[in-house]
Ligand binder design. Structure first.
Ligand SMILES: [Zn+2]
Length: 300
């Protein structure tokens, strides 16, 4: 299955500062790109028309799931190429539209208002295949200092929280106690944690990372060893946030942890359930009982 239909070759060698734009139907792809630290504009407000306009104005690579957009983009690109001050142009023929084709050095048509680079993906294939193609064709690299540097909701860079007291009310008490370093989005104020100068300190972050890395150019990593080296209490704390299903997945990945994981699954390890979580569980149980009682005494 080929998930990319078109790709503009001008993208080769431009990978490092590549920025993207796509319409809201591709939000999942935007989120993954942001997790990797790439600038990926994807807003509900942007119509397809606006996406094309912004791609051109901002020099962003356009990702689209609509092959029907291609003729329009190509028309714009063609106009840009023809307007660009041509050095020596030689007409080498005429295409099917009767327009001239030139053999010349590629004119300088980059930058704002220039040629739109684009990737057309086929959304009928599995998401993994779609994203893998974006990574390969977009030249996405695994750069540890970039990962988790951007808010997945707002696409803006997140910044260090200098004093963690300032975000105390924005995270659960367990998380607040467990981590030393926090990051915050200045746009939506969402707080991030689990990543400390390239080192993963949280299992959820680890899972996301492993998932992302599968797509990227392999880089050496001691992520697994790092998880194993954490103290048992921290491991228990981290694993207590996982479902039974997830615990079993971890067990398959880290066989040396199977003893601990089984204990956690059976509730034999001192399972870490913070009070706020217990209260919530209790609340839900009460609501369920109440609903059941109401159902039993329902209309007859
Ligand atoms: Zn945000």
């Amino acid at each position: 299955t080929v998930s990319v239909l078109y790709w503009h070759p001008a993208m080769v060698g431009r990978e490092h500062d590549v920025r993207f734009i796509m319409d809201f139907s591709l939000y999942r792809i935007a989120k993954q790109l942001r997790l990797l630290g790439y600038d990926a504009e994807c807003s509900r407000e942007n119509t397809q028309e606006m996406v094309v306009r912004k791609a051109r104005a901002d020099g962003r690579t356009l990702i689209t799931a609509s092959p029907s957009q291609v003729p329009h983009i190509e028309k714009l690109n063609k106009a840009v190429r023809e307007e660009a001050p041509p050095p020596q142009r030689t007409i080498i023929g005429y295409n099917s539209d009767g327009e001239s084709e030139y053999a010349d050095s590629e004119p300088d048509t980059d930058g704002p208002g220039g040629v739109i680079n684009y990737i057309v993906i086929n959304t009928n294939v599995k998401f993994d295949d779609q994203f893998r193609q974006v990574v390969q064709l977009g030249g996405i690299r695994w750069m540890p200092h970039r990962v988790f540097s951007r808010c997945v909701l707002c696409n803006i860079l997140i910044s260090d929280v200098p004093d963690k007291e300032s975000i105390r009310d924005l995270v659960s008490p367990a998380v607040f106690d467990a981590y030393a370093h926090f990051y915050q989005c200045r746009g939506c104020l969402k707080v991030y944690w689990g990543m400390d100068s390239g080192v993963v300190v949280n299992f959820k972050a680890l899972r996301t990372i492993e998932n992302l890395k599968r797509f990227c150019i392999p880089a050496s990593s001691d992520v697994s060893r790092h998880l194993l080296s954490l103290p048992r209490t921290i491991k228990v704390a981290i694993f207590s946030f996982l479902t039974v299903e997830e615990l079993r997945t971890v067990g398959r990945a880290y066989t040396m942890l199977s003893g601990l994981l089984t204990a956690i699954e059976r509730g034999e390890a001192t399972k870490f359930v913070p009070d706020w979580k217990k209260a919530k569980m209790e609340e839900r149980r009460a609501a369920r009982l109440k609903a059941a009682a109401a159902g039993a005494a329902g209309p007859t």
